[in-house]
Design a protein around this ligand. Structure first.
Ligand code: EPU
Length: 346
């Protein structure tokens, strides 16, 4: 690999391995890897002809991506840091956070300052810049609730822009950025947090976990602690076994279909959505289709949580993807439901 550092601002490497940069530990290569440490370098860098004609693949912590092949162009890593208070009063704060900040570190920072809201989203792997793309969510909360605006480099206009939350079209594990991957490069996210927000303890298991911790009157830090305990117990640790969290989205189906499935399978967990659709548990469908713990070579579905695709060692991206297809087919054959992958598939 041939690397060149351009001052402190960025580094460019040729034919770079991405194995340590994706949490599924897949060996894939980038023709060119550009690591940016200073946000101020973005306009100059992204103004280069190469970025105008060819969209880079933007990689955060690599915790929600499956490479099934090498990337023939530029992989762009924003390693920028910084949490800036835009303004605050006794009740609320507005923050601007650089895309490269680690999500969980930011959650802990906000809790330590006494701000509420992000406690249910503790321990989600990934960067702040990646959070809006799939609208990360856990334990009944989605990040979209706290996002005021997303700052981007807009490849269409060749300049920096700020998109307010409405323009981001947030949905369940979805946003504008998933559909306009080639157009926007997220450089920072603006959040609004408050001191007095009601805690959200309704998601199954959370109240029980707080009780098991002996907590009577929970504050936001205790909720975060409970969420971390639940996640550590339920989800395989990406530091120990390659995975990208939930591999499939929970399917959203029309109410009559959900009713029919529930009649045939009364145990099927479901959550009614505000738009009259019903969200079904993909983990349950995968488990009942006989795929929990399924393994082919080093590619597998976790025996700990049915929805998590895992790399037991040296599975290639293509092998992992093939296993995922098998699971999808098994669920389709058994329940007639089409599961959609949650991570980005390259
Ligand atoms: N279940 C099974 N088998 C399993 C695991 C779970 O049948 O092996 C059933 C259980 O009945 C359980 C239900 O599935 O009650 C839901 O499981 P869980 O609470 O673990 O949530 P999930 O729907 O599988 C979603 C998110 C997670 C998030 C959790 C908690 C998606 C795709 N996943 O998972 O997010 O942490 O809720 O809020 O929405 C991620 O997006 O990568 C992720 C981990």
């Amino acid at each position: 690999m041939n690397s060149r550092a351009h001052g402190a601002a960025y580094t460019i490497s040729e034919n770079a391995s991405l194995r340590t940069r994706n949490s599924l530990w897949v060996e894939a290569r980038a023709a060119l890897l550009v690591e940016v440490r200073q946000e101020a370098a973005l306009p100059e860098l992204l103004g280069f002809a190469r970025f105008k004609t060819q969209a880079p693949l933007v990689l955060g912590a690599g915790s929600n991506i499956l490479f099934t092949r090498d990337w023939p162009g530029v992989v762009l890593c924003l390693d920028t840091r910084g949490i800036e208070v835009i303004d605050e009063d006794d009740a609320q704060v507005r923050l601007r956070v650089a895309a490269g900040e680690r999500w969980h570190d930011f959650v802990l920072w906000s809790l330590a300052k006494g701000w509420r809201g992000l406690e249910n989203l503790a321990l989600i792997p990934g960067t702040v810049g990646a959070a809006p793309i799939q609208n990360i969510g856990a334990y009944g909360v989605e990040v979209a609730e706290f996002i005021e605006a997303v700052e981007v480099w807009d490849r269409a206009s060749g300049r920096l822009a700020r998109l307010d939350a409405a323009a981001c079209a947030f949905g369940y594990r979805d946003s504008l950025f998933k559909h306009e991957r080639e157009r926007y490069i997220i450089s920072a996210v603006r959040f609004r947090l408050s001191r007095e927000r009601a805690l959200r303890l309704d998601y199954a298991g959370l109240g029980e976990e707080l009780a098991a911790m002996g907590v009577q009157q929970a504050g936001a830090p205790q909720v975060a602690e409970a969420v971390m305990r639940l996640r550590m117990r339920k989800l395989p640790d990406p530091a120990r076994i390659g995975n990208a969290g939930s591999f499939f989205k929970n399917p959203l189906v029309a109410a009559p279909l959900a009713q029919a499935l529930r009649a045939a399978h009364p145990q099927l967990p479901y959550w009614p959505e505000p738009d009259a659709r019903v969200k079904l548990s993909a983990a349950w469908l995968v488990e009942q289709a006989g795929c929990k713990g399924l393994r082919e070579g080093d590619a597998g579905m976790s025996a700990q949580h049915a929805l998590v695709l895992v790399n037991h060692g040296n599975a290639s991206g293509a092998q992992l993807w093939a296993l995922a297809q098998r699971v999808r087919e098994a669920v389709r054959a058994r329940f007639g439901i089409e599961l959609e992958p949650e991570p980005r598939i390259v």
